[in-house]
Design a protein around this ligand. Structure first.
Ligand code: IVH
Length: 680
């Protein structure tokens, strides 16, 4: 018995330590390494052990605290009332218990609920004074948080001034988050610049709000939902939400009043199935007693309100057998391993394949063919393998896995480039690469060639009618008519595809139309590494023609907005290759647009005005304001000089700039004044 309890003592101590570390990772670094569910399980276990051995309990135990902490970089501010977290559960029967508990405590059932989505972001407390946003404070440790007002002011959907009638002093709490699309776009951009990517929108939002440079924050598309009017008190939570939105602040349209536990369950079940359809991540449902009087009667524990609870969705994870690891060659030559699975249902879809990332991932996790693997659906469309159930492995069936050394399509030796985990096939005539490049060129965001889907590409490449983009522009009706091929489907069945009159005409028309597409689309379609849609646009706009782009030095390239060393290097390398120059010459001869056409100006109000933009803006991102100025004929300048006609100043405009403007007697206008000027 003594040995047993010594073991438990040891477990208590190490759990305390571990949980503190996880708290630190979650709240301070915004980079958690375990799931919320795992964390909660560990916390429950610690609570249990502490109850057994109260004398061993750390006074700063993670079970005593809301969690979190504060970062040194910001001024800290004490919350007027503590920012508590919510008790949570993963089980629906505990929701029924919650409802029963409330009835018991207040002795009747004359109360209602509000059910809300549990937004997966970071909590924020907003203070409005006389209708103006005065302070925005993070949760921190629940008692004291960071003053991140400047950063929060950059959130476009958040009004800085309230509408209608309002009391002089208001505190509202809510959640800052990032939409899934915005997150993916940002990660792509970061990848292109060789920066680390964020694991999920929540981490990204939390990391962003802790940045020192608000102008940098302004570039990141954060959003906010407000879900709690703290003061002044309303008579019900629902009324509080209505007041918040009457003041012009954003609440969620999905909050719902529920009369009883059955209606709550319907809400929970509905969102458990439909959450994927939202443009942002939620990790559960929050249930709140609606009547403030009843809330007061129920009160708080040291950590949670007794009148609210969160139901958390379990992460969608299932296990299945990994039948075989195969490989896919992408248009860049990257060879990615793919797990071919015994079909399994995950979130209502049948999953047959999952991503295995690269060789390092497979060897780190020691994934082997025939293993039972855990697969998970994250925010992405393609599910991924996240672990192996080692207990279910029979070793005689499962030798360690070895990555291939030759390309599965063309058998050339694979290469791992410096510092990269990915294997590449460097034979640019490898058929899947050719097909991938053409598919990208023809895709909707590039040249958008109708009639050129993946099957047709497969057919034309295999029939040697198509090697490169330029070949598209040589194709004739006679060459295309009645070309046919038998395709073997993944399930072994066969299908004959052939081009008939209608599809040939359709394709030729699609190809003809692609000649009208603007330069930036062609540039994107070329598939230069790291040149996504946005970068292509920036390059087209700055260099105006492919000739000047191809003559640009690395330094010229790097001086383009949003373009770092890695992109510059890649573009430079592309145009240093004689083959690519010929491709562009051919495309130009075929009649494609390889010159940039300015978008039409919206007005001439600012014609020839030399304008400097400085500070952080609330209605525009910096890019938008610059674009707007250009659209109205203004000429942007990087810094103030005697030639400057006008300065558009936002928050945070530095004192040095102000002094210079004053000395040179240059007019400074606010973004509001600019908007008025352009409207009028
Ligand atoms: S109410 C006392 N409502 O979840 C009331 N919280 O685990 C406390 N959260 O810190 C918060 N969506 O960051 C509330 N609709 C919602 C929420 C929500 C997300 C977050 C919030 C809170 C945490 C509690």
């Amino acid at each position: 018995a003594i040995i047993m309890s010594l073991k438990l003592h040891e477990e208590l101590r190490s759990l305390t330590k571990e949980l503190k570390e996880h708290n630190y990772r979650y709240y301070i670094l915004a980079d958690p390494i375990i799931s919320d569910q795992k964390f909660d399980l560990m916390l429950k276990r610690l609570e249990y052990l502490e109850a057994q051995f109260p004398q061993l309990k750390d006074p700063n135990s993670p079970t005593e605290k809301v969690g979190g902490g504060i970062t040194k970089k910001f001024q800290t501010i004490a919350h007027e009332s503590p920012m508590l977290s919510l008790g949570n559960t993963y089980s629906k029967s505990e929701l029924v218990d919650f409802d029963n508990r409330i009835q018991k405590m207040i002795g009747h059932s004359n109360y209602t609920y509000v059910a809300e989505l549990k937004f997966d972001g970071l909590a924020i407390s907003l203070h409005y004074r006389n209708g103006r946003l005065d302070k925005a404070i993070t949760r921190g440790d629940g008692q004291v948080g960071d003053d991140v007002t400047k950063n929060v002011q950059t959130i476009k959907s958040l009004n800085h001034s309230l509408e209608g009638d309002f009391p002089s002093k208001i505190e509202i709490r809510g959640e800052i988050f990032m939409h899934k699309m915005a997150f993916e776009r940002l990660n792509l951009q970061r990848e292109g610049k060789g920066q680390n990517t964020f694991a999920n929108p929540r981490n990204c939002a939390a990391g962003t709000i802790k940045m020192q440079d608000s102008s940098e924050v302004a570039q990141r598309p954060l959003d906010i939902f407000l879900y709690h009017l703290v003061s002044p008190n309303a008579s019900s939570h629902w009324e509080g939400l209505n007041r918040i939105s009457a003041w012009g602040l954003k609440t969620s349209e999905y909050a719902k009043r529920c009369n009883d536990i059955n209606e709550l369950m319907d809400f929970v079940n509905y969102w458990e199935n439909e959450k994927q359809k939202l443009s942002f991540d939620i990790d559960g449902i929050v249930i709140k007693v609606n009547e403030i009087e009843i809330q007061k009667q129920l009160g708080y524990t040291s950590k949670f309100p007794r009148w609210a609870i969160s139901y958390k969705f379990a992460t969608e994870q299932v296990t299945t057998r990994l039948k075989k690891i195969t490989y896919q060659v992408g248009r860049t030559g990257a060879v990615t391993p793919v797990a071919n699975l015994e079909v399994v249902n995950l979130l209502g879809t049948n999953v047959k394949r999952a991503s295995l990332h690269n060789e390092d991932f497979i060897s780190k996790m020691d994934i082997r063919e025939n293993d039972v693997v855990k697969i998970e659906k994250g925010g992405e469309i393609i599910p991924k393998v996240v672990g192996v159930v080692v207990e279910k492995r029979s070793y005689q069936d499962s030798p360690p896995f070895h990555f291939i050394s030759k390309c599965p399509a063309c058998f050339s030796t694979l290469v791992k480039r410096d510092g990269e985990a990915i294997h590449y096939c460097e034979n640019s005539s490898c058929p899947p690469q050719i097909k991938g490049r053409i598919a990208h060129f023809a895709s909707r965001k590039a040249l958008d060639i109708e009639g050129l889907g993946s099957e047709t590409i497969e057919l034309l490449v295999d029939k040697k009618l198509l090697f490169h983009f330029k070949d598209l522009y040589q194709l004739s009706y006679d060459q295309l008519f009645d070309v046919s091929k038998i395709i073997v489907n993944p399930d072994g069945t066969e299908k004959k595809i052939s081009l008939k009159e209608k599809s040939v005409n359709n394709l030729l028309m699609g190809i003809e139309k692609s000649k009208e597409k603007p330069f930036e689309k062609v540039l994107f379609g070329l598939g230069i590494r790291y040149v996504g849609e946005t970068v292509a646009k920036k390059l087209a706009k700055k260099f105006k023609s492919w000739e000047s782009l191809s003559n640009a030095t690395r330094e010229d390239l790097e001086q383009t907005e949003e373009i770092g060393t890695k992109i510059a290097e890649s573009v430079f390398a592309y145009f240093s290759n004689q083959f690519n120059i010929e491709v562009l010459n051919d495309l130009q001869n075929a009649g494609l647009n390889l010159v940039f056409f300015e978008e039409a100006k919206v007005s001439r109000i600012l014609e020839n005005q030399k304008i400097v933009v400085s500070g952080v803006f609330s209605h525009f991102s910096r890019k938008d304001i610059q674009q707007t100025i250009e659209n109205h004929g203004g000429i942007l300048q990087g810094s103030i000089s005697s030639k400057t006609n006008l300065i558009v100043g936002g928050e945070n405009m530095g004192p040095a700039k102000l002094a210079k403007a004053k000395k040179l007697n240059i007019k400074i206008i606010s973004e509001k004044e600019l908007i008025n000027m352009l409207d009028g």
